[in-house]
Design a protein around this ligand. Structure first.
Ligand code: V0V
Ligand code: CO
Length: 153
């Protein structure tokens, strides 16, 4: 079901400061920045490597306000790992399977994620205390045709 770890989400108070730290310390590069009002975050993706069906990243998250998922997390626990996101080929199908196995879905339908992805969250209490995100990456340019070619051979 899982193709890769898509990203590890890290909650922080100051996005710009954390980006500078990750760039300077680990030589990572920011490949996307987005304000996602639905999720209540301002975030940046730092590229680690490319994997099957998409890349893997560190996602730095600054809350847009105190009454948001990341805002509440920071108030309760402070800065640190907020969620782990797994790459799946089909998020709707994955939700159906996982929901059927008794895990509470925080999103019945996929929502808009960074880099044009479709995302959905699973309740941390049902996954050993780990807030879990499923990510179906946006199709990369040329990938559909490459896949079609591979299927022919
Ligand atoms: C809360 N809990 C966590 C947690 N947040 N446990 C592990 N990791 C976390 N991040 C625990 C919390 O300590 C409570 O346990 C319990 O879950 C219920 O938490 P709560 O404080 O009562 O409830 P809320 O209102 O804080 O809600 C928590 C949930 C919420 C997880 C339901 O944050 C949520 O719906 N998150 C999904 C959306 C999201 O996180 N968006 C931001 C990332 P105790 O203390 O009672 O034992 S956006 C993103 O990743 C994007 C856009 C992307 O990747 O593209
Ligand atoms: Co995320």
């Amino acid at each position: 079901m899982f193709m890769r770890i898509d990203h590890v989400g890290i909650a922080c108070h100051d996005l710009e400061e954390k980006i500078a730290f990750f760039e300077r310390t680990f030589e990572l590069t920011v490949v996307a920045r987005e304000v996602n009002t639905e999720q209540g975050v301002k975030e940046a993706m730092l590229h680690i490597a490319d994997g099957e069906g998409g890349g893997s990243y560190i996602q730095l998250l600054e809350p847009l306000g105190p009454d948001t998922p990341v805002g509440k997390f920071l108030a309760k626990r402070g800065e640190g790992v907020h969620h782990v996101a797994f790459g799946v080929p089909d998020v709707v199908q994955a939700l159906e399977k996982i929901g059927g196995r008794g895990v509470r879905l925080l999103d019945a339908q996929p929502r808009h994620g960074t880099l044009g992805s479709s995302i959905a969250f699973l309740h941390p209490k049902d996954v050993g205390g780990m807030l879990t995100e499923l990510v179906q990456a946006a199709e990369r340019q040329g990938e559909a045709t490459a896949n079609a070619r591979n299927a022919d051979t």
